[in-house]
Design a protein. Structure first.
Length: 186
């Protein structure tokens, strides 16, 4: 995919803070080869730093691992006990962008570093700029982005406590990420 360069961003410079009530960090993983296990993290903090060009733009996020929610409390408790996903030992997952490139009118490719339980790996996210608008509740201007990508559980040492070789049949190694983020303008 070709990268378009631009010196102008559709946003003014400043630090944009996430509107947590209108944003979400979601994930999906194939289980038993047939269905998708979906969930979300309900506590997170994200900031968007906008400069004069894309080279000056950055995203930083911290996600509270204890806030995992899969609509099944027993499963959530099991995840908390999984080594390397232990929220008491490793309370947060972090993301720090390393580069952002424009790929289309409202499309971007964002590379960054994800850290889970002390292990850091690169990830590439496809980002869509959804626009700006005033929120009906407070008339504050918000900007909206979506981002999708994928990580592998095994890259971070997140394994299931099942029989040898059975984990890949129970839960896929690939974890799809989807972020809906609304940021408050500075």
């Amino acid at each position: 995919m070709p990268t378009l360069t631009t010196s102008n961003l559709p946003l003014r410079s400043g630090v944009y803070t996430v509107d947590q009530q209108n944003s979400g960090v979601h994930f999906g993983v194939r289980r038993f080869g047939l269905t998708d296990l979906r969930g979300e993290f309900t506590r997170f903090d994200t900031s968007l730093f906008v400069g004069e060009s894309l080279r000056d733009a950055a995203v930083r996020a911290t996600i509270d691992l204890a806030s995992i929610h899969t609509n099944e409390p027993d499963r959530d408790a099991l995840l908390h006990m999984t080594p390397r996903f232990d929220a008491e030992t490793h309370p947060a997952m972090t993301f720090n962008s390393t580069s952002i490139h424009r790929t289309g009118a409202d499309r971007y490719m964002m590379d960054g570093l994800v850290t889970i339980s002390g292990v850091t790996k690169t990830v590439r996210l496809q980002v869509g700029f959804q626009g700006t608008s005033a929120h009906h509740a407070d008339d504050r201007i918000r900007v909206k982005f979506t981002a999708i990508g994928q990580i592998r559980r095994s890259d971070f040492g997140i394994e299931l406590d099942v029989g040898l070789g059975a984990a890949k049949f129970v839960l896929s190694d690939a974890v799809r990420l989807a972020v809906d983020a609304q940021f408050l303008t500075p």
